[in-house]
Design a protein around this ligand. Sequence first.
Ligand SMILES: O=c1ccn([C@H]2C[C@H](O)[C@@H](COP(=O)(O)OP(=O)(O)OP(=O)(O)O)O2)c(=O)[nH]1
Ligand SMILES: [Mg+2]
Length: 171
Amino acid sequence: MSRNPVNVLIRRVDPDVPLPAYAHPGDAGADLRTTQSCELKPGERAVLPTGVSVALPEGYAAFVHPRSGLAARCGVALVNAPGTVDAGYRGEIKVIVVNLDPRETVRFERFDRIAQLVVQQVERVRFQEVAELPDSARAEGGFGSTGGHAAVRGETGGNRYASVVSDREGQ
Ligand SMILES: O=c1ccn([C@H]2C[C@H](O)[C@@H](COP(=O)(O)OP(=O)(O)OP(=O)(O)O)O2)c(=O)[nH]1
Ligand SMILES: [Mg+2]
C-alpha cells in the first residue's frame, strides 16, 4: 500500500508555469520547467528559472537532478548535479544547465522540462571529533582501489569501449 504523500507548500513565481509533476505513479522525480527560453552553444551554461519556490518541511531537502533523456539525446547536464534545495530556502528554484555536446547548439523553449526534483528526508548529524577512527574493511582504500579500470591503466590500445566490454567478459 502506498504511503500518503508529504505535503509541500509551493508558490508560483511565474503565474503561468505548470506545477512540477510526476510523469508516472511511483516516479521519484517531479519534472521542473524553465520559464525562460535559452540557447546554449557547445560548452555554454546557464542558470534557468523554474518559476516556483517551495517551503519543504523540516527534515527534508529537495535535489535537482538531470533528466536522462536530455543527457542522452542532447548532452545536457547539470553543472552541480544534484543541486540541493534546503528546507529553509524560499527563493525561486533554479537549474544550472550545461551543454556538453561538442558540436550541437541546444535550445530550450519556455516551459520545456529541463530537470527533475527529488524530495527526500535527510539526517542532520552531530560531528563528534575523535583522535582515531574505528577500523573498517575498506580502511583508506578509494578512488579505484578495487581495480577493474583497464582504460585508466592504458591497457586498451586507446579504445575505452573495448575496455568496458572486456571488463564485463572477464567477470
Ligand atoms: O540547483 C540548485 C541548487 C541550489 N539552489 C538554491 C536552493 C539552495 O537552498 C540554495 C543554496 O544552494 P547551495 O547551498 O548548493 O549553494 P551555495 O553556493 O552553498 O550557496 P549558499 O551560500 O547560499 O548556501 O540555492 C537552487 O535553486 N538550485
Ligand atoms: Mg550552501
